[in-house]
Design a protein around this ligand. Structure first.
Ligand code: PHE
Length: 475
């Protein structure tokens, strides 16, 4: 056994529990695991940069509307499917309507999982690089944009960190230790939130910070286009881990008596709050330091080190922060990989170990294309109109194409099909029966929720999607 293998074993043993298909033993446990999947780079890396690119306040308001008005109903629909069927994302549809083609939704989820993990592990690799920069005392620099660009545009370091992150994700999924991780998640995630709050305090007390707060909180609806409304929907889906079967898979482990509405709304509230905190952490600093809010995927990596510079013992603070962020990314990446692995195991009858290793290798290779988007593959790009005020064109590299396809196309389409499935195929009795845990839980919201699932959510998603890709006219 090589040293690396030994270390991986040690790492997985820390979290070691058995890998049987069991039920979560407490409501709190389910909330922690689901929130662990939801809260990750989507909140801390993606939310601030997408909000920055789409003009701030108005985008945030639409995002809020989508998280609770559409996200929660979609999440509930996934929970209804998953708990009812007790199977993986693809098998669940086969079980609920045998002989139909609805399982294709599950297959689309598996494809989405491949794509998401490919670019997700690239960004998680960047986070690991920042752990190592801070650990080695090299975090502080004169020009953080140049520091980030040089790193991102090279073709060795990002590749190595991407591979390291994929190995960690695979190691945890092989050991089947999601429930062991729960124990650590419940301590580490609140700690991450505490760190974010401390950074927020530093950020909003910087001279000139108030411009950042007004950017985030005063809506200017003239900045919204069909495109940015679709971006808000995509971000809501990405951040809540919905539209691709993650929640179907997790819900298959939820006991019958649990209150699905309570679980989904708690997760959505937690996820939303962490995103808002990330916004309050980033934007005041962005304006105080004269950065461009529409800097793109590098936004948090160029802003955070400059805030750490202004905090006593900032480099130690940075090590802990980036480590916690990596762990938050891991609790999300395992839930993405689990969608593929559960499919390989249950449908293709492959053992967990080989399933994880083969999926892991395939995703790592796809991820290499993302990682190398700005170096070896920088000639692969499409020019798109920019959403910044200047209206200049910007280039969409391979990485951006993967991100766009997953978040703005596959997840909304998956979500659309999922609500149509619950609203029109499962039918009201069956869905409400599952929602009410066979009549043991009553809520005056159930009828309204079913109405949203059946009519409002599908129409809204379809409209936002078609408008966002330009198939129906601008408003
Ligand atoms: N929700 C995760 C995050 O915010 C990412 C994710 C997307 C996880 C889709 C699972 C499924 O980081």
């Amino acid at each position: 056994m090589t040293k690396l293998e030994k270390n991986i074993c040690k790492f997985t043993k820390i979290f070691s529990v058995n890998s049987e298909r069991e039920s979560f033993s407490s409501t709190f446990g389910i909330i922690v695991a689901t929130a662990g999947s939801a809260i990750g780079l989507g909140n801390i890396w993606r939310f601030p940069y997408v909000t920055g690119e789409n003009g701030g306040g108005a985008f945030l308001l639409i995002y809020l509307l989508f998280v609770f008005g559409i996200g929660v109903p979609v999440m509930l629909s996934e929970m209804i499917i998953g708990r009812k069927a007790g199977a993986n994302a693809l098998g669940a549809f086969k079980k609920l309507v045998p002989g139909s083609l609805w399982w294709l939704i599950g297959l689309m989820g598996v494809v989405a999982a491949f794509i998401i993990l490919a670019f997700y592990s690239t960004v998680a690799g960047w986070t690991l690089h920042y752990v190592s920069l801070s650990l080695s005392g090299n975090l502080f620099a004169d020009d953080y944009a140049a520091q980030f660009e040089n790193f991102k545009n090279s073709n060795i370091s990002p590749v190595i960190w991407h591979i390291v992150f994929m190995i960690l994700t695979c190691a945890i999924v092989i050991a089947g230790v999601k429930k062991g991780i729960e124990k650590y998640t419940k301590i580490l995630m609140p700690l991450l939130v505490l760190f974010i709050i401390l950074i927020c305090v530093r950020s909003i007390t910087l001279p000139g910070a108030s411009k950042g707060l007004s950017f985030l909180f005063s809506p200017d609806f003239s900045k919204l286009s069909g495109n940015s409304i679709l971006a808000a929907l995509g971000q809501a889906f990405f951040s809540l881990s919905i539209g691709m079967g993650t929640i179907i898979t997790y819900a298959s482990y939820i006991r019958k008596k649990e209150n699905l509405l309570k679980i989904s709304s708690s997760v959505a509230v937690a996820d939303f709050l962490v995103a808002i905190l990330a916004g309050i952490m980033i934007f005041p600093a962005v304006f105080a330091f004269n950065y461009e809010p529409a800097s793109g995927p590098g936004l948090v990596f160029i802003t955070l080190p400059r805030i750490f510079e202004q905090i006593p013992a900032g480099e130690i603070f940075a090590v802990i922060f980036f480590l916690l962020l990596t762990i938050a990314a891991l609790t999300s990446s395992i839930s993405v990989l689990e969608v593929v692995v559960a499919f390989f195991i249950e449908e293709l009858k492959i053992k967990r170990r080989s399933a994880t290793i083969s999926a892991g290798i395939a995703i790592t290779i796809l991820g290499l294309f993302c990682t190398l988007s700005w170096s070896n593959l920088k000639n692969i790009y499409i020019n798109v109109g920019s959403s910044t005020e200047m209206g200049e064109t910007k280039q969409m590299f391979f990485f951006d194409m993967m991100e766009f396809t997953a978040a703005n196309v596959l997840l909304p389409l998956g979500g659309l099909l999922i609500v149509i499935f619950v609203g029109w195929i499962l039918k009201k009795n069956s869905a409400v029966n599952e929602l009410s845990s066979e009549g043991t839980i009553t809520s005056k919201f159930f009828n309204a929720l079913f109405f949203i699932i059946k009519f409002i959510a599908p129409v809204a998603i379809a409209f936002v999607f078609l408008n966002g890709i330009g198939l129906i006219g601008d408003w």
